[in-house]
Design a protein around this ligand. Structure first.
Ligand SMILES: [Zn+2]
Length: 98
């Protein structure tokens, strides 16, 4: 039987070929540079890869008045799936800003 050993956290799995630990450093989604500097409305409007529900969620962070937050301010409000979707959208258009 093959044992899979995660190279990031050292956990061993005999029934898995990927590490499933939430706190594994290999599974952490790193915030792209672009998210740090762009405001949430720009992220929603300027990335073709952002789907309808993520688009709506990004716009939900825009206040009726006052300053629109930067992506980094809301990054932790996104689910892992949404982070991956945003990452994918950015890598399609701005691979240098990941
Ligand atoms: Zn791991």
């Amino acid at each position: 039987m093959n044992v899979f050993i995660c190279q990031h956290c050292g956990r061993e799995y005999d029934d898995n070929t990927v590490c499933t630990a939430d706190d594994c450093p290999g599974n952490e989604i790193v915030m792209p540079t672009l998210v740090e500097v762009w405001s949430v409305d720009s992220l929603a409007e300027c990335l073709d890869g952002v789907g309808e529900s993520l688009y709506g969620k990004l716009w939900s962070f825009v206040p009726a008045d006052g300053e629109t937050p930067k992506g980094k301010a809301v990054w932790n409000e996104l689910t892992d799936d949404e982070k991956r979707e945003l990452l994918e959208a950015i890598s399609q258009e701005y691979p240098d800003l990941i």
